[in-house]
Design a binder for this molecule. Structure first.
Ligand code: SF4
Ligand code: SF4
Length: 297
C-alpha cells in the first residue's frame, strides 16, 4: 500500500474550552463546533493524505455535543484517532470513549491550575483521570498522562507540591515501582521529552512548559527548519488549513478545506514557499521566526 504523505493531521473539532490555562492564550477566533456533516466532508478530503488524526488544536474536544457521532465516523472510515484533553470531562464522556475508543488519549495534567476554578478539588480531578485510565488501558487504547510544566524557573512551590502529589498518585494507581521523583523538575534538558511506561499502554510524558508562538514573541531569526507541512498540518474548526497545531489563531491560513481540495492548498504559493524554505533550512513566515518549537530541530 502506498504511504500517505502526512504522518498526522490535527483536526480541531471545537475551539471552545471549559478552562483558561495561564500558558494558553485565548483564541481570537469566534467560538465554533464543527458539525458532523462538515467533519464527514473533511474526513473524505483528507483520507488520501493521512491515516492518523489528532482531535486537538485549541479547545477541549470532549465538550463537543456530537463527540460520539464524530468518533464513529472517523473509525468507520479507518482513521486512527488520537485525542488530547484536559481531563475534566472524562467522567462524563467515559461511556462514549470506551464504546468508540480512540487509539490514544493524552491527558494534559499540567492544566491543573485552571481546574481550581471549576468546583472540583485537585485530588478529585486527578483521581477521576486515573479511574478513567485504568478502565481504558490496555484493552481500549493507549493513555498518556502529560506533565508539561517542568521548568524549574517557572514552577512555583505550590505547583511543585501538586506535581509531586500527581506523581505519588500515579505511582500508587499503577503500582509503578520505578523512580519518578528525581526526574520531576530537572530530569529533562530543554526540548527533550521523556516518556515513561507505567503500565501496559499507560505512559507519563514529561516536558517543559509549552510556549505558543506569536507574532509578538521573541524572534529566533531566519535560519532553521520545521516538520510543519512536511509530515503534518492542522485544520481549524472552520476548515482553515494551517501548517501545524501551534498556529492556534490561524496566522498562516493556507486555504479552506471546505472550499479547496487539499492538494491545491498545498500547491499554493504560500505553502510551497514555506516548504521550500524549510528544506533549505530557512524560515520565511514571521510566525515561524518567533516559534521556539522549531529550535528543537
Ligand atoms: S491548554 Fe488546553 S485546557 Fe488549557 S485553556 Fe488551552 S485548550 Fe483549554
Ligand atoms: S515553525 Fe512553529 S509555527 Fe512554523 S510551522 Fe513549525 S511549529 Fe508551526
Amino acid at each position: 500500500m502506498m504511504k500517505k504523505r502526512f504522518k498526522k493531521i490535527y483536526v480541531e473539532i471545537t475551539n471552545v474550552c471549559n478552562l483558561s490555562c495561564a500558558f494558553c492564550p485565548p483564541t481570537r477566533r469566534s467560538p465554533h463546533f464543527m458539525s458532523p456533516d462538515a467533519f464527514n466532508q473533511l474526513l473524505e478530503r483528507i483520507r488520501p493524505w493521512t491515516d492518523y488524526i489528532y482531535l486537538h488544536v485549541k479547545g477541549e474536544p470532549l465538550l463537543h455535543p456530537d463527540l460520539e457521532a464524530l468518533l464513529k465516523m472517523a473509525r468507520g472510515m479507518g482513521f486512527y484517532v488520537n485525542l488530547t484533553t484536559n481531563g475534566t470531562l472524562l467522567g462524563k464522556t467515559a461511556d462514549t470513549l470506551l464504546a468508540n475508543p480512540p487509539r490514544q488519549i493524552n491527558i494534559s495534567l499540567h492544566s491543573f491550575e485552571a481546574n481550581a476554578l471549576k468546583g472540583q478539588t485537585f485530588d478529585e480531578y486527578i483521581m477521576s483521570t486515573l479511574d478513567f485510565a485504568k478502565k481504558y488501558s490496555p484493552d481500549c487504547g493507549i493513555t498518556c498522562f502529560r506533565l508539561w510544566n517542568l521548568d524549574p524557573e517557572k514552577v512555583s512551590a505550590p505547583q511543585r507540591e501538586k506535581n509531586l502529589l500527581i506523581l505519588t498518585r500515579l505511582k500508587e494507581a499503577f503500582q509503578f515501582d520505578g523512580s519518578l521523583e528525581h526526574r520531576d523538575f530537572c530530569g529533562c534538558p530543554n526540548g527533550s521529552r521523556k516518556n515513561i511506561c507505567m503500565a501496559d499502554k499507560t505512559y507519563l510524558s514529561f516536558d517543559h512548559e509549552f510556549q505558543w508562538p506569536s507574532l509578538i514573541a521573541q524572534d529566533f531569526g531566519p535560519a532553521g527548519t520545521c516538520r510543519g507541512l512536511k509530515d503534518h498540518l492542522a485544520i481549524l474548526c472552520d476548515g482553515t488549513v494551517v501548517p501545524c497545531c501551534l498556529d492556534g489563531d490561524g496566522v498562516i491560513p493556507l486555504g479552506n478545506i471546505f472550499q479547496t481540495p487539499l492538494g491545491d492548498i498545498l500547491d499554493s504559493p504560500r505553502a510551497r514557499a514555506m516548504l521550500t524554505a524549510f528544506q533549505s533550512h530557512s524560515i520565511c513566515e514571521p510566525l515561524c521566526r518567533r516559534c521556539g518549537y522549531r529550535t528543537r530541530f
